[in-house]
Design a protein around this ligand. Structure first.
Ligand SMILES: Nc1ncnc2c1ncn2[C@@H]1O[C@H](COP(=O)(O)OP(=O)(O)OP(=O)(O)O)[C@@H](O)[C@H]1O
Length: 697
């Protein structure tokens, strides 16, 4: 076996050459002058370990390489994250990159400073013993430290792994263990406490870095961010550059754990090419501008452990020289709007639930306003909606639309922080028509993005030049979509091909093989339709399909949406019926959220109370309704369900039994994932007694 010096020599000879056919590397990086033994980043891989060849389109090993999906439609040379950053540095070095609020004032750093700090972080990670293709876990709310740690981890040859702040210690352990986390970067004491509980069970974890709170108690291998950034001062630039230059676009640099709506979270491995391609091409499809044309400013607030926010805020920000403003950690509890108003971003992205929440807030505010204001708003919104839906060219309609916009709508957009916003994106989950139309009424077109963690986020995108109502646009450059097993109406399973398509699931060969067909297309588990111009419409989720005991296939989402539309008191509805004789439904009611925790309280929202009053009930809390089985409300719910049943495709699609649960679904309750998608398996488990009661003979 060659010694480490020989290996290093070979590595240096290989550096810069992007040799995507090289699959097994036996290398050890050292800097002979300065690096002590404990700093040796050792990564020996032998042929006997049986890794797949890089001719394969997939791998389940963190250190594996894949064949990139380069073809005539996307011949561009693949680049690494570092190469992308270097290119941006040359163009945008002096521009502001990251802005965060400290003591009430925005503090900004330029792209040059961002790059230098990322290098510093990379050196410190190496000093702490980050091994190649092992992970740096980041557990905390969006901040410059999050970005710098992520970029630093990649520069150092590691893999960035975001962890949801809402994860329990067990869920953190699962991810840290699976990804062989060497260093964990945590936001505050609350997150640190979780890691402290599990550290003994994480043999790969060498150090923890705390980036917000001051340290309550000193412990070995625990550092503040300031201390951490100084740790690597004795690592030379040459050592770091060797590691950077050895990186190849077909190797893994980001791990995104799926949120588990379909079972145990899976670590989707994303390559440098996945990240740099998606950053470069998807956002342009959505008309994001490079800073030399117009520097975009965005507000970062959605969890960065989810691919949507990570690609939109972090990686695309680097590629196009955007200015990223960080929201306050309580953004989703209400402070986001203040940040938006201050920043007035040029582009904004939200998951459907975020847009729905804005809608609900505006509706509540309107309900409480005076008669004239209410009338004006409803007139302006209907004029604008009509024009946006029908694209009428009549001069008169245009006149009224402009007047409505000037008198009413522009003021509302300004109050929401959207007066400079040219692009409003929505993605990660289905967007309902009510929300879409509500925003059209405000003269805000929501551009839908569709994709998965497994496609580095957006695989299809709509934007100002690619827009059709209810469609999520077209595949982004270098990507294709096909439908398989189409039914008579043209609905088939959506399959993906292209440079956004991931490398495979970490340590899950079987699941990886299941995800791809024999030609290498990724199967989404979603149903979709294409129109004659190639616009894609997501029409359902096969992964949610209910198959009744009688063998009937029932897509639950249309039924659930119909119930929510019919009954404005209902917050969540979940159809049950897999392997059962008939369908039943779990319902939750719309409640006010606790301002500190965002957890649902017992108090009904304004809209829900309004519903109660119309039925003749005086109830103001969920517990009252459930405890007394409030006759008026239960009857109104039954009537709503009857109406939905009347429109059902057939009898099998009818809801026969239902129950109102005492608490609304929430992320902390485990029923919703971070993008607010229903975690059906968890709900079934949690409410097993209620579900069983439906089917007792
Ligand atoms: N614009 C959209 N319209 C409809 N559905 C969407 C849209 N964008 C994403 N989705 C849904 O979200 C899924 C991808 O979600 P994501 O990769 O975030 O996984 P997850 O929810 O985190 O975890 P899991 O894989 O456990 O469900 C898609 O397969 C699709 O069902």
């Amino acid at each position: 076996m060659p010694n480490s010096e020989e290996i290093l020599t070979k590595k240096l000879q290989d550096e810069n050459a992007m040799n995507i056919t090289e699959s097994y590397e036996t290398r050890t990086f050292t800097d002979a002058q300065t690096v002590s033994k404990d700093l040796l980043v050792h990564f020996e891989k032998t042929q006997d370990e049986g890794k797949e060849s890089t001719e394969s389109l997939w791998t389940s090993f963190a250190d594996g390489g894949v064949r990139l999906r380069i073809d005539k439609s996307c011949p561009q040379t693949p680049v690494t994250v570092h190469q992308m950053f270097k290119e941006s540095l040359e163009k945008y070095g002096s521009l502001n990159a990251l802005a965060s609020k400290k003591n009430g004032k925005w503090e900004k750093i330029t792209f040059s400073e961002y790059y230098c700090l990322s290098r510093k972080a990379a050196k410190s990670f190496l000093k702490l013993g980050l091994e190649r293709f092992h992970s740096v876990g980041i557990l905390g709310f969006n901040s410059p430290e999050w970005f710098i740690s992520a970029v630093g981890a990649v520069f150092a040859g590691g893999i960035v792994t975001g962890i949801y702040t809402t994860n329990s210690p067990e869920a953190c352990h699962y991810i840290a263990h699976d990804s062989k986390t060497n260093i964990m970067v945590v936001e505050n004491q609350k997150q640190l406490d979780k890691i402290m509980q599990i550290w003994n069970h994480l043999p790969h974890l060498k150090a923890v870095v705390l980036y917000k709170d001051s340290m309550a108690e000193r412990r070995p291998n625990l550092y503040t961010m300031e201390e951490f950034l100084e740790l690597g001062d004795d690592i030379t630039d040459a050592t770091l550059d060797d590691i950077i230059n050895s990186q190849k676009p077909n190797q893994c640099c980001v791990l995104i754990y799926t949120s588990g709506t379909t079972g145990k979270p899976k670590g989707a491995m994303l390559s440098h090419d996945n990240i740099t391609w998606t950053s470069a091409h998807c956002s342009r499809a959505g008309d994001m501008q490079p800073a030399e044309v117009q520097q975009e400013s965005i507000v970062s607030y959605l969890p960065l452990s989810h691919i949507a926010a990570q690609i939109y805020d972090l990686w695309t920000g680097i590629k196009w020289g955007e200015q990223v403003y960080f929201a306050e950690p309580d953004a989703l509890k209400g402070s986001l709007i203040n940040t938006l108003k201050e920043v007035q971003p040029t582009s904004h992205m939200g998951v459907p639930r975020v847009w729905e929440k804005i809608m609900e807030k505006l509706k509540d505010a309107s309900a409480q306003s005076g008669f004239m204001k209410k009338k004006m708003l409803s007139w302006a919104m209907s004029v604008s909606l009509e024009r946006n839906l029908n694209c009428s060219r009549s001069d008169l309609k245009l006149f009224w639309t402009r007047l409505a916009d000037y008198l009413v709508l522009a003021k509302i957009r300004n109050a929401l922080g959207f007066s400079c916003c040219q692009k409003h994106f929505c993605g990660a989950a289905p967007l309902n028509t009510e929300t879409l139309n509500f925003f059209l009424g405000l003269n805000i077109t929501l551009y839908e993005a569709y994709g998965m963690s497994e496609t580095t986020g957006p695989h299809c995108l709509s934007g100002p030049y690619i827009y059709r109502q209810h469609s999520c646009g077209k595949p982004v450059p270098g990507c294709k979509v096909k439908l398989v097993n189409e039914d008579t109406e043209g609905n088939g399973e959506i399959c993906f091909w292209g440079r956004t398509v991931f490398m495979g699931y970490l340590n899950m060969e079987d699941k990886t093989k299941e995800a791809f067909d024999e030609d290498g297309w990724l199967h989404s588990g979603d149903l979709g339709k294409l129109d004659k111009d190639g616009f894609l419409y997501v029409t359902g989720r096969i992964k949610d399909l209910i198959i009744t005991a009688g063998g009937e296939n029932v897509p639950p989402i249309p039924i659930e949406d119909a119930v929510k539309k019919e009954l404005p008191i209902v917050s969540n509805a979940m159809v049950i019926g897999d392997k059962k004789k008939f369908l039943s439904m779990l319902l939750t009611l719309k409640c006010v959220l606790d301002p500190d925790t965002s957890d649902p309280t017992d108090i009904l929202t304004e809209q829900a109370r309004d519903f109660c009053q119309k039925t003749g009930s005086k109830a103001t809390t969920v517990s009252e309704i459930v405890a007394t089985r409030d006759r008026a409300i239960y009857q109104a719910i039954q009537e709503g369900i009857n109406k939905v049943n009347m429109n059902a495709t057939n009898k099998v699609h009818c809801i026969q039994k239902w129950i109102v649960l005492p608490r609304d679904f929430s992320i902390s309750g485990g029923e919703l994932g971070p993008t607010m998608k229903l975690k059906r398996l968890t709900v079934l488990e949690k409410y097993r007694d209620e579900v069983d009661s439906f089917y007792e003979e």
